[in-house]
Design a protein around this ligand. Structure first.
Ligand code: NAD
Ligand code: IPM
Ligand code: MN
Length: 353
């Protein structure tokens, strides 16, 4: 029996998690996957109920489970200056479970190609994986705010040590070995010392992977190349903040941020979540695209539970639903049928056979 911790979080996190769980329930019926779910608090809702964005009960829950499914956290309600923020809960759970590698696969979905803002011939064949470092860099370095001589000042520090880089880079090389055997390491080594260390460690690790071709790219250039020639990329490996920014940008190659799932792996039980946030602009309106979260469940079945057929069945069901022309608003064109979050969930679970 697999033990899952479910952390819906805030805003559309709650709506998309609900649909993903319905799909999982259907997988259980069809594939006999036995699991139990326990729900926990994270983010803004956790602050409201316990004062902490990652309370002790949730820590205990996730430590004893096999995998975590998370919706999203955050929202305007918790954005007041000086108060604790929901996003801190997300950073804490990643650090607590030592989930240092975040995998964000982006592909051009055949039936969504016209929804992409890019020319069809540019995005055709796009299939890339961003391997983002998740527990280091500016998100976790020394930081602070102070007033000195009447001038307010703030700082965040990008910090990395060789161990943090090496363990992440190894994962990226291993994953590239299972794909098209090409890695682009993205840094800012023309300016930053952390990037120079990054590049050195990547070079050292590359010697153990002679079958994989490696190139280095500066992050500003990479942002441009993701638009101008996205099909060149197989695996992109990069530090935390670069990966955060580049993955939202690259998600558009797959038509929408609402299509981008993610898996965070490392030492503790892996965590699966859509790459998007709580989308306060559409929360509570049955408008959110649940497919990123549904596809995150497929990643969970494949990576944590090695249930490859069940994972494939979900991905195939998503493809069929898209083929049938069902679309949430973020991926809709006038020739398609616009459906809400629940109806999209219904449609996917009908196709799981
Ligand atoms: P966001 O990802 O929530 O939304 C960006 C835009 O994309 C919005 O227009 C939104 O409507 C749209 N969008 C996102 N997901 C969608 C979906 N599934 N279907 C349809 N449209 C979708 O980013 P934001 O607006 O910058 O941030 C909102 C809040 O979410 C903030 O508090 C932020 O900190 C938080 N956030 C949380 C996570 C997370 O929990 N992993 C990730 C990113 C942002
Ligand atoms: C993400 C989000 C988070 C991040 C925020 C909400 C802390 O943007 O998961 O991509 O920057 O990692
Ligand atoms: Mn992000």
């Amino acid at each position: 029996m697999l033990k899952l911790a479910i952390l819906p979080g805030d805003g559309i996190g709650v709506e998309v998690t609900k649909q993903a769980l319905r799909v999982l329930e259907k997988v259980k019926e069809v594939y006999g996957v036995e699991y139990s779910c326990s729900e926990g608090l994270i983010g803004g809702k956790a602050i409201d109920e316990t004062g902490s964005p990652f309370p002790q009960q949730t820590k205990d829950l996730v430590k004893q489970c096999d995998a975590v499914l998370l919706g999203a956290v955050g929202g305007p309600k918790w954005e007041k200056a000086g108060s604790v923020r929901p996003e801190k809960g997300l950073l804490e759970i990643r650090k607590y479970l030592q989930l240092y590698a975040n995998l964000r696969p982006i592909k051009c979905w055949k039936y969504l190609i016209d929804q992409s803002p890019f020319k069809n011939e540019k995005v055709e064949g796009v299939d890339l994986l961003i391997v983002r470092e998740l527990t280091g860099g500016a998100y976790f370095g020394s930081r602070g705010t102070e007033i000195k001589d009447n001038i307010e000042r703030a700082f965040d520090t990008i910090e990395y040590n060789e161990k943090e880089i090496r363990r992440l880079v190894k994962i990226a090389f291993d994953l590239a070995g299972q794909r098209r055997k090409k890695i682009t390491s993205v840094d800012k080594a023309n300016v930053l010392d952390t990037s120079r260390l990054w590049r050195k460690i990547v070079e050292e690790e590359a010697t153990g992977y002679s079958e994989i071709s490696l190139n280095h790219m500066y992050v500003d250039n990479c942002a441009m190349q993701i638009c101008s020639n996205p099909a060149q990329f197989d695996v992109i490996v990069t530090e935390n903040m670069f990966g955060d920014i580049l993955s939202d940008q690259a998600s558009v190659l797959g038509a929408s941020l609402g299509m981008l799932p993610s898996a965070s792996i490392g030492e503790g039980p892996a965590l699966y979540e859509p790459a998007h946030g709580s989308a306060p602009d559409i929360a509570g309106q049955d408008k959110a695209n649940p497919l990123a979260t549904i596809l995150s469940v497929a990643m969970m079945l494949r990576i944590s539970f090695k249930l490859f057929d069940a994972a494939k069945a979900i991905e195939k069901a998503v493809d069929i639903v898209l083929k049938r022309g069902l679309r949430t608003a973020d991926i809709w064109l006038p020739r398609d049928t616009c459906v809400g979050t629940c109806a999209m969930g219904d449609a996917v679970l009908r196709e799981i056979v």
